[in-house]
Every structure is written in structure tokens, then in C-alpha cells.
Unconditional design. Structure first.
Length: 72
């Protein structure tokens, strides 16, 4: 029983995380790619990850920009 509750809680947390990420895509105006062109959106994310991996300082730039646009 406890395992089932934990699994349900984990699923809730996962769903919440995905909803929040989806909200960021909408806020950035990237929701128009889905469902018509998800490959482009995925490619953009992979390119951003590669840029971050090769230049970690770019993460600070992105964070600064994001904090200006989204008040957490």
C-alpha cells in the first residue's frame, strides 16, 4: 500500500514538472511547433544543451534573461 502511494505521489510530481515545463514553452512562444513540427523544437533543445555543455557560461546569460522575463 505504501509503495502505491509513493508511486502515485511520484507520478503527481512528474506531471507537475511537465506542466511547468510546458508553461515555459508557451510563455516563450514555442508552443506553435507542437504538434506540427516537434522535431524542430527538439533539435533546438539539443542544440541549446550542446551549447551549454561546450560553454557553461552561457547558462548564466540564459538565467539572467529568464529572471528578467519571469518573476519567480
Amino acid at each position: 500500500m505504501q509503495l502505491q502511494k509513493l508511486t502515485a505521489q511520484d507520478r503527481k510530481q512528474d506531471a507537475r514538472k511537465k506542466i511547468m515545463l510546458g508553461g515555459l514553452f508557451v510563455k516563450a512562444g514555442l508552443d506553435s511547433f507542437h504538434p506540427h513540427d516537434p522535431a524542430t523544437l527538439y533539435g533546438m533543445l539539443l542544440d541549446a544543451k550542446a551549447a551549454l555543455d561546450s560553454n557553461p557560461a552561457i547558462g548564466a546569460k540564459w538565467k539572467h534573461l529568464g529572471k528578467e522575463l519571469i518573476k519567480f
